[in-house]
Write a new protein. Structure first.
Length: 398
């Protein structure tokens, strides 16, 4: 399964904005007495805003700030910059916000604000929440805060958000006692197929994380995130995404053999087919089919708006594109076969890999040794620790 979104803008803006609040509070108001005197907005903006959008924080005198009992709810100001695009409307309406709605999460926000040396790297979170609506983000913040409360901690960590993000988007971790080794292998090679093609191709969204932890219905997941805000998708990009989607099957075929391919995640296939079809019948991206739109609304079930001949031509074209993408996926996986086998070994033991670690191992295979050694060391330590625990347990029961 692949999680990726093209609606990058929404949460990117949101989290940027959140990021800004944290800095803002530090600069403007170290005593935590709310947002007054925000005249030095420019300073704040220049400090940490990769986004071109200027979302300013209202001063308290303005009506559109909402406060709760605990005084931590923030809303967005009217947009002031007329050059802002329409997206920002959508953003403000859909998020426009009440995300710290319970006391628990207000506490968290307070903690975040109060912390002088706050250094939360939101960038990974920003990327990985692409396309989410406000409610999702609210859930994520709540989950993160629950976790902190549960651990009795005061400091919020990126890992809290990471945990919350995966729980909200994919369901809680499934503790399956014994997943058969073979099942784990199938999942690992499935995800590594996606990941490799996402990494190698020029325009495909890069890998953020690979996981073979079971969540909800998913056996594993490869997170990919766009490099930047995307308003347009090129033909090249779409074709590469299709190749990423098909790569799991290519990987199975190469590593397990033609007879051993599995039913896998048929959703990957569906998405690949949908993208190709849209390219052909909607976006006019095929030269032979030309610029005509061959719409297939449900209204047309009886009367197709184009001939049977055309329908055949479209089907044939779709197959051509899919076959070509599949072939490309196979070639690239073949080229990295040895690395993938070793990385799969690591993934199976660790259950997850960061996108950076994965890229490092693919780009510099000589580093795989180091990763293997690290995991061996860690496993040995864990073994030692569990032996110690067993010893102390047995001695205390004697
Ligand atoms: Zn998949």
């Amino acid at each position: 399964e692949i999680l990726s979104c093209s609606g990058y803008t929404l949460s990117y803006k949101f989290l940027n904005w959140l990021d800004k609040q944290l800095i803002l509070e530090k600069i403007v108001n170290p005593t935590n007495s709310k947002y007054e005197n925000i005249d030095n907005k420019d300073e704040v903006d220049s400090k940490n805003t990769p986004s071109k959008d200027t979302i300013s924080v209202p001063s308290q005198s303005q009506n559109n700030i909402k406060t709760t009992k605990s005084n931590t709810i923030l809303t967005l100001d009217e947009k002031k910059d007329e050059e802002e695009d329409d997206d920002s409307n959508y953003y403000e309406n859909s998020i426009g916000i009440k995300f710290y709605s319970n006391d628990l999460s207000s506490n968290i926000l307070n903690t975040m604000f109060k912390k002088q040396n706050l250094e939360i790297n939101l960038s990974s979170l920003i990327k990985r929440t692409s396309g989410l609506v406000g409610a999702d983000i609210e859930n994520i913040v709540n989950e993160a805060s629950l976790r902190i409360a549960k651990d009795n901690r005061e400091v919020i960590e990126p890992a809290d958000f990471e945990y919350a993000l995966e729980k909200v988007l994919m369901g809680p971790e499934k503790k399956v006692k014994k997943i058969q080794e073979k099942e784990k292998q199938i999942t690992a090679y499935h995800e590594l197929g996606h990941a490799l093609l996402a990494h190698i191709q020029e325009e495909a969204d890069p890998v953020e994380k690979i996981s073979i932890v079971r969540r909800g219905r998913a056996l594993g997941v490869t997170w990919t995130t766009p490099k930047e805000d995307k308003y347009h998708q090129t033909k090249k990009y779409l074709l590469e995404e299709v190749t990423v989607l098909l790569a799991w099957r290519a990987s199975e075929e190469i590593f397990f053999g033609k007879e051993e391919i599995t039913s896998g995640a048929s959703n990957d296939f569906e998405r690949a087919n949908t993208i190709i079809r849209s390219m052909l019948v909607q976006y006019g991206m095929d030269e032979d089919l030309g610029l005509a739109v061959y719409k297939e609304d449900q209204d047309y079930t009886l009367f197709k708006p184009y001939s049977e001949e055309k329908a055949e031509q479209i089907d044939k074209k779709i197959k051509e594109y899919l076959d070509k993408a599949y072939k490309k996926a196979k070639e690239i996986i073949q080229d990295h076969k040895d690395e993938i086998v070793r990385i799969a070994g690591i993934l199976i033991r660790k259950e997850y890999l960061s996108g950076d670690d994965f890229s490092e191992m693919i780009d510099h295979p000589e580093t795989i040794d180091t990763f293997e050694e690290a995991i061996e060391k860690k496993e040995k330590e864990e073994e030692k620790n569990s032996q110690k625990e067993e010893k102390s347990e047995s001695s205390s029961t004697e």
